[in-house]
Design a protein around this ligand. Structure first.
Ligand SMILES: [Mg+2]
Length: 142
């Protein structure tokens, strides 16, 4: 059992891991039925993740930051955002499968590293990269 940075145990994480594996199997089956594996190499999948992330961002283009969440009150916008978030996830999960990455484990490992890089007492309320946390807070976002 792994202890997560937020203090939760990983007993739920094992369950999430099996959910992820189930999704990955469905995604691989979907691609295989269409004989798309020939196109789904790591480079193409990495590019596809970035393209879909761009499509996700496009829903927020020119939306002021303080209106971004409220933009989801519009049903059509919300559906579009959900579709693009799903596209990002689908392609990322397929990328992980094709590359032999245990994505649940990779996320846990990265969160553990982030907890070390972003100690709560230094990072709370600050939007700066980990290697700038030692700088004076007045230098944030410059
Ligand atoms: Mg899309």
């Amino acid at each position: 059992m792994t202890s997560l940075p937020n203090g939760e145990s990983s007993s739920g994480s094992a369950e999430a891991g099996s959910d992820i594996k189930r999704l990955q199997q469905a995604i691989l089956r979907f691609a295989a039925e269409r004989e798309w594996q020939q196109f789904h190499d790591p480079k193409n999948l990495a590019m596809a993740v970035a393209v879909e992330a761009g499509e996700l961002m496009d829903h927020f283009r020119w939306v002021p930051n303080d209106r971004a969440l409220a933009a989801l009150d519009d049903a059509r916008t919300r559906e579009g955002v959900e579709d693009e978030a799903a596209d990002v996830m689908i392609l990322l999960l397929e990328f992980a499968s094709v590359c032999g990455i245990d994505i649940a484990r990779a996320v846990e490992r990265k969160m553990e590293r982030n907890a070390v890089r972003y100690p709560v007492d230094l990072a709370r309320g600050r939007a700066v990269k980990w290697d700038r946390l030692g700088d004076e807070p007045s230098a944030d976002n410059q």
